[in-house]
Unconditional design. Structure first.
Lengths: 788, 293
């Protein structure tokens, strides 16, 4: 038989096979949780409620449908909220299911206390909830709450029919198709981790795969990559800096952060331009049922937030701002130091209908950190340091089309301004990088067949910078730099039985300097359910990264960096609220610039004449290791995790020796725990241990008789800086004061004041002795947060 | 809770806070390292050369000023062309560790004594070695005339506390350039006036020949006299120097609290100004003793 004769039966067999798989997948369709029972409650005597008043809740349900955690998203005051929370804890649901199996779920729930307004539809949860898409199911816009405007009612029984699940029930699974590993944090988990001063985004510092960062700086060392290889993304667009200087808070007020996703590697195709991991912050601002205001004050900063709904709950406008006040303390203690920061956010959301929502979010941030040339304790006009400011404006349109099609367009404009200060002979010399950035994203996702989901999108980013500098009394001619990146991606998710396979390709056309090329990032993630509670995850993919703009303006012709990331993990759900994962990773890095010290790890060694001077951009790196994580999800006020990472990261050139990456840390251990012990008290602790980073092996000194100073006498192999370990504690006291819900807290960083080795060794002037230089000392703060 | 109980709790809390604060203070502050001008163990104070700017064929003799308990008496000297091919700041170590840079053999029988080559071929070959082979002979000659050739002396000695190392730059020139001279100026040590001895310029004495005596714990000023002073460095194996008020000619010193004998060294240094390249320096010193009683 000739070969073509085989084609038709083969195609038919394939069709039958795929159809069978699709039928199997459809037979195991996902279902939302369904409310089965809830207790009735009575409003306290003397409490007046407007018609249609409601309390918005975020419920966590376990596999049996029991409510294991309740958070108030938008309340009516402490006394009413407490009643509703108590009632919510006693509600029962049919559990959500994924592929026929009951799973945990998070549910937004509006507990209505007055009669339902005219025209409200019945609960969509009672058999008519939206289809679930595990892990990444979008949340539909909240249904506008049109109030009837009838007068207040007093002291009535709250009927069991006065509540419903909000549209957009989301089952937050541990898995996200297209991402080999994702750690997500919500609400309370983001604000009560000790050592974060209540700052949401700092929880990433205690995740597996993340090395210890010197001085608590806001950049992360992820899976053996450098700081610049892990990106910060807000609503789909990169920003250069997510944290203020001096172990400061994030540049966004916590009120706007609805979810933080940390991908230590093999992240989804919708994102690119970073060769290690990404931290993705999703912002959200649902219309409150009444005007809301927050304030927060502690020893270092103050912040305020306000939000008000309009047009019957269709829209909301929110405003926040923050300012540090280190200045007076520093002026008294260390007049040579100038450290301050501030930020502001303005957000507008409007739902035109249940299927169409518009968001405009703009935020700005400024930081200054300079030190006088005579040291921190002497005021001097000649300074070194950094001034940094930026703003971003992001607009987003979400469209929910019929047949499970979701489209989202978002656009961004922004401006960056960075000043690098250095002390000249007579004045401060300043190098300035200033420029504009523009981005556009269009993403579409649809269920193409039972068990099959297709995602596609376009992701454009353009940057135009100008650099000016002064050298002595001269001003150097400005340097112009533009960088354009236009990417498109296509991703397919196929779920068949116990298998889920995600494959896709991202093509990115980049243009800058003399570079004009298209980069291809193929990626794949496969999941296999080995057991009801055990899943294996395999991920592999290519990730490109555009070079740092500051290096390009320095005159280096840099090609895009490239990483090939691989990981294999086992994820185990222990039932209850515990889950664990073990992940091994092996990442290879290419096209690193190997001139001078641009590649960390290839820094020239003293006394060595066989330096890896390199030929340009042949620097390479590899990082491999194992990550362990045991996590207890938030339930009954208790959550926490234990993580341990064993890894090694190296740099080399094809012809040169292998050197350890400058920030290689063999062991990193984290423990974080937060427990609400009673109605009023919440306790938290975080402990971290990390191996010291590599450093030169100093075996003595050489006295330079002309300079009258000692220099280190260094012998390979490398030594290591002292290990770091630190304990942070946090105590929260929650109470009410009139209409205010208050939270007084004590947060102490480095409780036992360990002299950590972040900054290396402190040597005697002749290198005859050494001890850890120390890092952040014990740093306590007390604060008060109020919410109206 | 009664008033007495409340007061007791408050007092306990205060005591607990005080103990906790004291503990944190103790664990947070290690003992500070001694100041660099305190000689508490064997070390180099300076390296002296009888000439630091050399012409082809000249001989240079070097000496080390070492102080402190267990100071070595014998040294190993090396002289090399400054290896600019290795990273800045590490040439001295390369000169120690890389034999091919040590092109100057020490003169036989006189350690620390070296003879400069007197033929230009050798000098040009060394320039090639130092700067790389992409330079033309004409450019080398031009550079030699303008900048000379930088040389580096390194010296090593063994002490009970470890290996001591030091380095000093010399300049080989064909332009006939000469280095200035330097001498330790007279200075006041509290009320006493000291100056280099006429018979031994490396010993500072009082004009009347009397010993210098200070009281235990006494604070006094060391003040150099004269105009156009060289850079001065003070060292002592006892007492404490305080940072001067941005005046190198005026240095406060506090004698030890216990009676005894303190050795002082005053090193004077003057740099040879050059348009290009790092400077070389001429050095002189004098030592004197102080009785604390």
């Amino acid at each position: 038989m000739s070969a073509p004769a085989f084609r038709r039966p083969r195609a038919l067999a394939s069709l039958v096979f795929v159809g069978t798989l699709a039928w199997q997948a459809a037979a195991r369709a996902d279902t939302p949780p369904v409310l089965r029972s809830m207790p009735e409650i009575s409003a306290p005597a003397g409490v007046s409620l407007p018609a249609g008043a409601s309390v918005r809740l975020l419920l966590t349900l376990d596999e049996t449908g029991a409510v294991v955690d309740v958070q108030v998203l938008d309340g009516l005051g402490a006394s009413i909220d407490a009643l509703v929370v108590e009632a919510a804890r006693r509600m029962r649901f049919e559990p959500a299911t994924r592929e026929g199996r009951p799973v945990r779920a998070r549910v937004r729930f509006r507990y209505r206390l007055g009669p339902a307004p005219t025209g409200d539809r019945p609960s969509p949860a009672l058999g008519r909830g939206p289809a679930l898409s595990p892990g990444t199911a979008p949340e539909a816009p909240e249904r506008p709450d049109r109030r009837s405007g009838s007068g207040p009612r007093r002291g009535r029984t709250l009927a069991a029919t006065d509540r419903w699940l909000e549209p957009g029930v989301t089952v937050r699974g541990r898995f996200e198709p297209g991402a080999a590993t994702r750690e997500s944090f919500h609400a309370e988990e983001l604000t009560t981790v000790p050592g974060t001063f209540g700052e949401p985004l700092r929880v990433v510092a205690s995740m597996p795969g993340v090395g210890r960062t010197p001085l608590g700086a806001g950049f992360f060392l992820v899976r053996g990559a450098s700081f610049e290889n892990t990106g910060f993304i807000v609503d789909g667009f990169p920003i250069l800096n997510l944290y203020h200087f001096g172990a400061g808070p994030s540049v966004l007020a916590p009120n706007f952060v609805s979810q933080l996703d940390f991908y230590p590697g093999n992240y989804p195709l919708a994102y690119g331009r970073f060769s290690a991991g990404i931290v993705h912050v999703r912002t959200d601002q649902r219309p409150p049922s009444r005007p809301r205001a927050d304030f927060s004050v502690d020893l270092f900063r103050a912040s305020a937030y306000g939000a008000v709904g309009f047009d019957g709950g269709r829209g909301v406008i929110a405003l926040a701002g923050r300012r540090s006040y280190y200045d007076p303390f520093l002026r008294a203690l260390a007049p040579g130091i100038d450290l301050n920061f501030g930020d502001a956010q303005l957000r507008l959301e409007y739902s035109f209908s249940e299927r169409l929502r518009l968001t405009v979010f703009t935020f700005a941030s400024t930081d200054t950190f300079t030190v006088g040339s005579l040291g921190p304790f002497i005021a001097d006009e000649r300074r070194s340091g950094l001034r940094y400011s930026f703003w971003r404006g992001i607009s987003r349109v979400e469209i929910h089309l019929p047949r499970s099609v979701r489209a989202e367009w978002s656009g961004m404009v922004g401006h960056d301004h960075v000043e690098v200060l250095s002390p000249g002979d007579r004045r401060t010399e300043v190098a300035t990088l200033s420029g504009n950035v523009v981005g556009q994203r269009l993403a579409v996702r649809l269920v193409t067949a039972p068990g099959m989901t297709t995602s596609a999108g376009i992701d454009m980013l353009a940057q135009a910078y100008q650099v000016t500098a002064t050298e002595g009394s001269d001003t150097v001619d400005p340097t112009q730099l533009t960088q354009l990146s236009l990417a498109g991606y296509l991703e397919e998710v196929l779920r068949v039985g116990r298998f889920e396979v995600t494959t896709g390709l991202r093509l990115d056309h980049v243009r800058y300097q003399t570079i004009d090329r298209t980069l291809a990032d193929p990626r794949a993630v496969a999941r296999v359910r080995l057991h009801d509670r055990v899943t294996a995850v395999l991920g592999s993919g290519v990730f490109h990264q555009l070079p740092n703009a500051l290096l390009m303006v320095a005159g280096f012709q840099l090609p895009p960096q490239r990483a090939w990331q691989n990981s294999l993990g086992i994820e185990v759900g222990f039932g209850g609220h515990f889950d664990a994962r073990v992940t091994g990773f092996f990442n290879y890095l290419f096209d690193l610039p190997d001139r001078g010290s641009l590649v960390p790890g290839l820094t020239p060694r003293a006394g060595s004449i066989t330096l890896p001077t390199g030929s340009g951009f042949s620097g390479q790196g590899r990082a491999y290791g194992l990550e362990w994580m045991l996590r207890r999800r938030l339930e009954r006020g208790l959550y926490g995790w234990v993580t341990y990472t064993l890894s090694r990261s190296e740099r080399f050139t094809p012809e040169g020796p292998v050197a350890l990456f400058n920030y290689d840390q063999t062991h990193v251990f984290n423990l974080a725990l937060s427990w609400r012990v009673s109605e009023h008290w919440r306790l938290g602790a975080r402990f971290q241990y990390a191996t010291g980073t590599p450093t030169a092996n100093v075996t003595g000194a050489i006295y330079d008789a002309d300079r009258r100073a000692f220099g280190a006498y260094i012998v390979d192999p490398t030594d290591r800086n002292p290990p770091s370990h630190q304990l942070d504690l946090r105590v929260d006291y929650l109470f009410t004061a009139g209409p205010l819900r208050m939270n007084a807290f004590l947060d102490v960083i480095n409780v036992y004041n360990n002299q950590n080795g972040d900054l290396g060794w402190l040597y005697r002037f002749d290198y005859a002795e050494r001890r850890p230089m120390g890092s952040l000392p014990i740093l306590p703060t007390i604060g008060l947060r109020g919410e109206l | 809770m009664s008033v007495r109980t409340a007061m007791l709790s408050c007092r306990r809390a205060r005591i607990a806070c005080a103990v906790a604060s004291a503990f944190l203070l103790i664990v947070s502050c290690g003992a500070p390292y001694p100041a660099p001008n305190t000689v508490d163990r064997a070390r180099f104070l300076t390296v002296l050369a009888d000439r630091v700017v050399l012409s082809p064929g000249e001989i240079v003799t070097l000496r080390a000023l070492v102080a402190g308990r267990g100071a070595p008496s014998t040294f190993e000297w090396r002289l090399c062309v400054v290896p600019y091919l290795v990273p800045a700041g590490t040439q001295a170590q390369a000169c120690f560790d890389t034999p091919e840079f040590n092109v100057f053999p020490a003169l036989e029988g006189e350690r620390g004594t070296f003879r400069m080559p007197d033929d230009m071929d050798t000098i040009i070959r060394w320039v090639f070695m130092s700067y790389g082979r992409n330079t033309s002979p004409a450019a080398i000659l031009s550079s030699l005339e303008r900048n000379g050739l930088d040389l580096l002396v390194v010296v090593r000695g063994e002490s009970p506390s470890g290996t001591l190392r030091a380095s000093k730059r010399l300049l080989l020139t064909i332009s006939g350039m000469r280095a200035p001279r330097v001498a330790v100026p007279p200075f006041r040590f509290g009320e006493a006036r000291l100056q280099p001895s006429a018979s031994d310029p490396e010993r500072c004495v009082r004009a009347d020949g009397a010993p210098t005596i200070v009281a235990p714990g006494q604070r006094l000023m060391i003040e150099a006299e004269g105009m156009d002073l060289p850079r001065l460095s003070h060292f002592a194996d006892g007492g404490v120097f305080e940072p001067g008020d941005n005046r190198p000619d005026l240095v406060p010193w506090t004698a030890p609290a216990t009676p005894g004998h303190v050795s002082h060294w005053l090193v004077a240094q003057r740099n040879v100004s050059r348009e290009n390249g790092p400077g070389v320096s001429v050095v002189a010193f004098c030592a004197f003793d102080v009785e604390v009683r």
